[in-house]
Structure formats: C-alpha cells, structure tokens
Design a protein. Structure first.
Length: 94
C-alpha cells in the first residue's frame, strides 16, 4: 500500500463528540464497539463526496418517504396490527 499523487484516497470521517463514541481513548476499539452509521460525518470516494455533514449526497428521498409508510401500512394490515399504539405483544402459552 502506498500513498502517491494521483491515487484515490477513500476515507470515512467520524464525529467523536456523541455519547455513543465519547470519550475516544482507543479509536479502533471505539469504532469496533460503538460503530454504526450515526457518527459517520463525511465519506469521499474516488474524489467525490458521497456523504457530507451526516447526509448522503445526491439522494432523492421523496419516493422512499412516500413508499415506506405505504409499505408499513400494508404489512401491519396483513399482520392484523393496529398502528394506533394499542397493540401489545401477547405472551406465549406453554
């Protein structure tokens, strides 16, 4: 592995001030133990920033924001689960 001009450098920049990763005394251990997408701040790949300030770049969320609630409603109806917060899990009978 080498770093020379003209080569791509893919990196992930993490925010370390959140409670899930603070205080960072062992960076590698913290990433392994507390790693999740939340602290990911910036991701450049091949010179193009694909995530900045914790938001994925060039993503149109209009369709998923419409389709996901429709999908949730369809699955809940098929399972007989009301979406008004009244549903409670039932204990298994032995």
């Amino acid at each position: 592995m080498s770093r020379t001009p003209g080569k791509d450098a893919d990196v992930i920049l993490l925010r370390t001030g959140g409670l899930t990763v603070f205080p960072v005394t062992d960076p590698a251990g913290t990433i392994v133990a507390a790693g999740h997408p939340g602290p990911v701040d910036t991701v450049p790949i091949a010179g193009r920033v694909v995530k900045r300030d914790g938001v994925q770049a060039d993503v149109d969320l209009r369709a998923p924001r419409t389709r996901l609630p429709e999908s949730r409603d369809r699955v809940a109806a098929a399972a007989g689960v009301p979406l008004d917060g009244a549903w409670q899990p039932q204990p298994k009978s032995v």
